[in-house]
Design a protein around this ligand. Structure first.
Ligand SMILES: Nc1ncnc2c1ncn2[C@@H]1O[C@H](COP(=O)(O)OP(=O)(O)OP(=O)(O)O)[C@@H](O)[C@H]1O
Length: 966
């Protein structure tokens, strides 16, 4: 709220608490808004024009804390401010006496104690409103109890210029008028003293200002220095951080360098060791190379000898090959002389049943050695059959195989061979071909012999042997090694000239004799599958074992592929005897057809027929490769010894005799065996020679090759080592370069680090210097300030001492008039006779000077002067001055002066004059107070400038102190 005052000399403001009416002397103005203020508020009167009336009171309900009123737009000039305080007693609160200390700050300086329901009124406190037109009344209370306050502001009437300019001037004018001549010296003295004091005060103020400015400048400088220092510190910290980072990097680089150095040293040491070893090896190799070079003549001789031997060996080889070929031819010739189809007859012994039944044997082995077998056909009738070999009952499996083994050699030489057993069921075909585990048959022994020969010939031949096991039953081929039964019918195909095979059939590769036994057992087991009676089934099917031999001559690179068929034929009973029907008849017919086909083929071959009917049966079709050309055929005709089987025996023997008789003509049998024996011996001898020469040649070649390979190896090793050495030297050089580069880098980093450290040290030194300088500055400033404060304190004390003297003088001056008055009254009786004449003299002097106003003022001042409690120091000062004057003038004017003063007192009237005096006294008091305040404030300006407002108690104490001496 802002109050705009009209142009009136005096104002009285009424403000109702709680936002009610604003009462004035002549008008009522509504107060808008809340007017209940809390401590700490700033109450600004605003936008409220109060017209009319001279006095305005502002009642304000406020909690006493710190708050202030601001009055704006006042005209510059002097105002009286009346302050009223009273406590509000609330209805809901306890009633009773309360005491409050009230402080009014700012331009008005009053201290008072307010009691409950006892309003305090401080009247006629003078304040000056300056050009800003604002009056601020600021309160400070010690408790927060609500109070009611009233403020009235009155503008003081305009005073003469002499009054407004100050009471000192007035005094000066007064004394000038009183006694210009006499008082000139005195006034000059005081004026001088005042000027001195003013100058001192000004000087002190200036010094204080300068000190303050200097301190401010110093502070600024200090701040700048601090800023600079902070910047430097920040820069230093940055540098330290950078330094730390660089140090870390350097440390890492150094660690890496050390690690690398260690690694390189280890590598170099290792390489040195290796180089030493290599040098030793190189030296050794050089020695060996020298030895080799020395032995070159011998070596050349050896090489020549070896070449000769090689030539001889080649010659021998060719001769050996020729001899082998000749041997083969001779062997073949021998075989042929024996017959390409040979028939051996074997008769089984009587079995237990036959023996127990007492069956008679019809077989006569008497001429068996000559290949003749007699069959007793009845009584003394005996029919003789001649075969290539007739085995007696004493001949075992090995004897049987001994005659078959030459055919095995033919297989290994590349001929196709077919060995089969023919005969009636139960005559021992399977026993002869397969045998038992204890009495191995032709099949196993043949294969065993094959691997044996392959092993013997491994130096010159490379053999690959595979086995297939087939069964022909009812003109159908069945693969007995197939792991799963195939629905596809196996057929015979011609793969090349003179080579037939069954596509899809299993060819088991066998490496050793163990594999052969496993294969044979697998075929035997497979043959039993699907048959209730194994023996019966085996009698009605042909079991065929096909052995494929692939040979590679390592000497001349010749390759051969030969087949060996080992066939266990089905029983050859005659249909009439078996009286078979149905399925059995069909089986028998198929068996007879196939056996007949076999006979037909054999007869066709023997008769060198242009057409050989191989395809009449599966059996002959399969055996096509081994039943013609250079192939050899061996037939075991198996017979039963009992008379019960006589017809079948005769039938089998007749068939076999026909085969043998047709194939082997008597002409062929007559081959000169002596020549053959000679040839055989020659072959054996050549073989032995060739073998020994081969061996020696092989050894020589091996030696030479070993030496050559060793030399090459050493040479290669030497080259490798040299290359390795070269590479390692290169690597070493690169590592040495890398090491030197790292060292250079390390050196550079060290230099950088050193420079950074030096910079850091310089900066730290600079910082220390700055800090030292700063401290020195602070110290000198502090000393200077302390010195100045001391000087100021001394001056202030001197000033206070002077003021005390002045006060004492004033008191003395005040006391003296009373004493003089009393003395005057006492002497009045004695001086009565002089009264009339003295009175006249005084009046005459006044009239002559015409200076009545000061007397009136002085007398009115004396008359209206309140008791000691309300006395003004300025009046007292005036009296003191007068007293001093009087003392100076006492010899001549003492009595007159006293009389004049008495008269003045009598003539003075209460009212306006008294009031003016009171105003003058107040003004003088205020001026002195201000002077004192200024001195005090100047003394404390350095330390308590800011604390003054925050610590009002200090201000209060100061005021108390001032009030005491005032
Ligand atoms: N030389 C022999 N020494 C001892 N026992 C033999 C001889 N030959 C055959 N046997 C025995 O005769 C029996 C019948 O022989 P085996 O089964 O080999 O005749 P098979 O002709 O093969 O008959 P099948 O045509 O039915 O197959 C067997 O128990 C066998 O051990």
């Amino acid at each position: 709220m802002k109050v705009l005052f009209p142009f009136s000399d005096e104002y009285l403001l009424f403000v109702n608490a709680g936002g009610g009416l604003i009462q004035s002397k002549d008008s009522h103005i509504n107060f808008i808004g809340d007017s209940f203020f809390e401590g700490g508020d700033v109450i600004e009167t605003n936008e409220m024009i109060i017209d009319g009336g001279d006095y305005w009171y502002l009642y304000q309900s406020a909690r006493f804390g710190n708050f202030c009123y601001k009055f704006f737009d006042l005209l510059p000039g002097e105002y009286f401010v009346d302050l009223h305080f009273a406590e509000i007693v609330y209805t809901n609160g306890p009633k009773g006496m309360r005491v409050f200390d009230v402080f009014i700050l700012s331009d008005i300086d009053v201290y008072a104690i307010v009691r409950a329901n006892q309003p305090l009124q401080v009247v006629d406190v003078r304040v000056f409103v300056l050009n800003d037109g604002m009056l601020v009344v600021r309160f400070e209370g010690r408790s927060g109890t609500p109070m009611v306050s009233g403020i009235s502001i009155r503008k003081a009437p305009n005073l003469p210029e002499t009054v407004s300019t100050g009471y000192i001037v007035f005094i000066w004018v007064f004394f000038m008028l009183q006694n210009r001549a006499r008082n000139a010296k005195f006034l000059a003295k005081y004026e001088k003293k005042i000027q001195e004091l003013t100058a001192q005060c000004k000087m002190m103020s200036d010094e204080c200002h300068e000190a303050w400015m200097s301190q401010k400048a110093t502070n600024d400088q200090l701040e700048e220095l601090k800023m600079d220092l902070n910047n430097k510190l920040f820069h230093t910290e940055n540098l330290e951080i950078t330094l730390e980072t660089l140090m870390d990097k350097l440390r890492n680089v150094t660690e890496m360098y050390e690690q690398d150095q260690k690694k390189w040293i280890a590598t170099i040491t290792d390489l040195d060791g290796k180089v030493k070893v290599m040098k030793q090896e190189h030296h050794q190799l050089c020695l060996e190379a020298r030895d080799c070079a020395n032995s070159i003549p011998n070596l050349n001789k050896m090489i020549t000898a070896v070449h000769a031997l090689v030539a001889q060996c080649n010659d021998l080889k060719s001769k050996y090959a020729e001899e082998i070929a000749k041997g083969k031819n001779l062997f073949n010739l021998l075989q042929e002389t024996k017959g390409n189809i040979r028939v051996f007859c074997r008769c089984r012994p009587l079995n237990r049943e036959e023996a127990s039944s007492g069956y008679a044997t019809v077989v006569d082995f008497e001429t068996a050695k000559d290949g003749e077998l007699g069959i007793i056909t009845g009584g003394s009738t005996k029919k003789t059959f001649k075969f290539d070999r007739v085995y007696t009952l004493k001949d075992d499996q090995s004897d049987v195989y001994a005659d078959a083994s030459p055919l095995v050699i033919s297989v290994m030489d590349g001929y196709n061979v077919c060995i089969f057993a023919y005969g009636q069921t139960g005559t021992g075909k399977t026993f002869t071909m397969e045998g038992t585990e204890q009495k191995r048959g032709v099949n196993y022994r043949t294969l065993e012999e094959l691997f044996k020969i392959a092993g013997e010939r491994k130096e010159t031949f490379d053999y690959k042997i595979s086995v297939s096991v087939l069964e022909v039953y009812n003109e159908q081929i069945r693969d007995l090694l197939a792991t799963s039964p195939s629905s596809k019918k196996l057929e015979i195909k011609q793969a090349g000239e003179g080579f037939h095979h069954v596509p899809g059939i299993v060819e088991a590769k066998v490496e050793n004799i163990r594999d052969i036994w496993d294969v044979l057992q697998a075929g035997k087991n497979a043959r039993a599958v699907g048959s209730n009676n194994v023996n019966e089934h085996s009698s009605r099917s042909h079991c065929m074992l096909c052995i494929m031999v692939r040979a590679a001559n390592l000497m001349n690179g010749e390759c051969t592929r030969s087949k060996l068929w080992l066939v266990d034929l089905a029983g050859s009973e005659r249909l009439a005897k078996t009286d078979a029907q149905g399925e059995r008849l069909k089986e028998a017919q198929n068996i007879n057809r196939s056996l007949s086909a076999l006979g037909d083929v054999i007869f066709a071959l023997a008769s060198k027929s242009s057409h050989v009917p191989y395809r009449n049966s599966k059996l002959t079709h399969l055996l096509q490769d081994s039943l013609g050309g250079d192939s050899k055929v061996l037939m075991f005709v198996q017979i039963s010894p009992t008379e019960n089987d006589l017809s079948e025996t005769l039938s089998s023997l007749n068939f076999a005799s026909r085969v043998r008789g047709i194939e082997l003509g008597p002409a062929k049998k007559q081959v000169d065996t002596g020549e053959l024996q000679k040839l055989k011996q020659t072959i054996d001898k050549l073989k032995q020679e060739c073998k020994s020469k081969d061996e020696s040649l092989r050894k020589l070649e091996e030696n030479f090759q070993n030496l050559e390979s060793k030399f090459r190896g050493k040479e290669q090793m030497c080259k490798c080592l040299q290359e390795k050495n070269f590479l390692q030297n290169k690597e070493l050089e690169s590592k040495v370069e890398l090491q030197s580069f790292s060292e250079r880098q390390n050196l550079q980093l060290s230099e950088k680090l050193k420079a950074a450290e030096e910079t850091c040290v310089a900066l730290q030194h600079k910082v220390k210097l700055l800090e030292h300088k700063l401290k020195e500055n602070e110290h000198s400033e502090a000393l200077m300030l302390q010195q100045k404060i001391k000087e100021l304190d001394l001056k202030v004390k001197e000033h206070q001492r002077l003021e005390l003297i002045a006060q004492q003088t004033v008191k003395d001056l005040e006391e003296k008039p009373r004493k003089e008055e009393e003395m005057t009254l006492m002497k009045s009786a004695d001086a009565q006779r002089f009264a009339n004449s003295a009175e006249r003299k005084v009046l005459t002097r006044e009239e002559s000077t015409g200076e009545t106003d000061p007397k009136i003022l002085r007398s009115s001042s004396s008359i209206n002067r309140p008791p000691a409690a309300r006395g003004s120091i300025f009046l007292k000062a005036e009296d003191t001055l007068l007293h001093d004057l009087k003392l100076e003038r006492e010899p001549e004017n003492n009595i007159g002066m006293h009389m004049a003063l008495v008269e003045e007192k009598k003539m003075s009237l209460p009212g306006e004059t008294n009031r003016k005096r009171r105003i003058d006294q107040t003004k003088a008091l205020e001026r002195l107070t201000r002077t004192s305040k200024a001195a005090t404030s100047q003394r404390t300006i350095l330390n308590t400038r800011s604390n003054k407002e925050q610590k009002p108690a200090t201000g209060v104490k100061e005021r108390d102190r001032l009030r005491t001496w005032l």
